[in-house]
Design a binder for this molecule. Structure first.
Ligand SMILES: [Zn+2]
Length: 83
C-alpha cells in the first residue's frame, strides 16, 4: 500500500519538510519537493499535476542512497497551475 501525503506550499527557495515550491526555468515552472525519506530536494518535472494538486504518477525518490525507498502518492496543497 502506497502512502498518500499532502504537501503544503513553502515560502523559501528550497522546500522544507512536507513542502513544495516552484522553480521558474524560463517559461517552465517546475514543482520541487523534499524527499520524505532521505531529505534530498527532488523535482517533479516528469510528473503531471492536476488542477487540484494531485501528482501523477506516484512519486519515487530519484536518489539511490541506500535505505531510501520513499514512494508515495502526493497532493500539492494550494496548487493552482503553479501559482
Ligand atoms: Zn529519498
Amino acid at each position: 500500500m502506497v502512502e498518500r501525503l499532502i504537501f503544503k506550499k513553502g515560502n523559501d527557495k528550497f522546500p522544507g519538510v512536507s513542502e513544495w515550491v516552484i522553480w521558474n526555468r524560463g517559461d517552465i515552472l517546475i514543482p520541487v519537493i523534499r524527499c520524505g525519506g532521505c531529505n534530498e530536494v527532488a523535482t517533479l518535472n516528469t510528473h503531471t499535476i492536476s488542477d487540484d494538486g494531485t501528482v501523477n504518477p506516484s512519486v519515487v525518490c530519484p536518489y539511490t542512497k541506500e535505505g531510501c525507498n520513499w514512494h508515495v502518492w502526493l497532493k500539492l496543497e494550494g496548487w493552482k497551475n503553479g501559482s
